[in-house]
Design a protein around this ligand. Sequence first.
Ligand code: FO1
Length: 313
Amino acid sequence: MASYVALSGGVGGAKLALGLTHLLPPQDLTLVVNTGDDFEHLGLHIAPDLDTLMYTLSGLSNPDTGWGRAGESWQCLDALAELGGETWFRLGDRDLSVHLQRSLRLRAGVSLSDVSAELYTALGIRHRALPMSNQAVRTQVHTDGGTLAFQHYFVRERCAPRVTGFSFEGAATAQAAPGVLEALRAPDLAGVIICPSNPFLSIDPILAVPGVRDALQQCTAPVIAVSPIVAGLAIKGPTAKIMEELALAQTAAAVAAHYGTLIDGFILDETDRHLAAQISTQTLRVSCAQSVMVTLDDRINLAHTALDFLRTF
Ligand code: FO1
């Protein structure tokens, strides 16, 4: 028996997670998902990364945006606009069903991890995806114009403000959700994969949950990360822009340096092969792969590379 854990944010991470679910049976994979992007909106609890992963794994995701559902309609949002309501965060009619159901169950006292399990099961997903925590951890984006809640920065302000740093409100007193630390401490743990998600906005919130970083540091299984930066560009989202604003080089090497001693291996895109020698150290091995995932085969192939790489340690 060999079990694996993957840490994931939304769109980019979900692609690799999908590839992993094609190669590993449900009992051998635990997906730990960022909830720092969660927020209360229109009286509902929105959990974007859990939902992006859920729609991706169930085959319901919108292939153009990566978030939300395919074939969505927007009648509720249009009607809300007529009432002068808030429409900057686009909730489709079908997507709303998930937010309504989740919010109702949370209000009834069910934990976020249990509601997520109910929703994933209802959509036919057999692999286990755990929120990083059942308590609220909310990513705050510090910008030169003040501090913004994550979705206000990301969606409402379209990542335009210059970032000066991040904090994860509530993290210090949060607990890892049931199953998270257990998966990282499992005797049969064969490897941990940090998906190609934004290191600052999607992975750091998971690492900020007490116990997670220590568990990764202490686990004897190898921990690898897949670079979300390819040829100096973010595959999706504001990672490169944020790195520039934080005065970091916009390179895969800077991402590897950000993870530091937490990782034992790093997967670079083929186009960044020339960086391999610079990144590898006595304690960090580098592997190269075609890491831009356009097709399902790309997702499965990258998952294969990650698992093969883990097996070489
Ligand atoms: N991202 C956007 O850029 N614009 C939106 O209007 C938007 C709506 C939305 C609705 C539900 C949901 O689950 C995700 C949604 N996202 C939207 C994505 C969300 O902001 C994610 O937090 C980011 O993609 C980062 O992972």
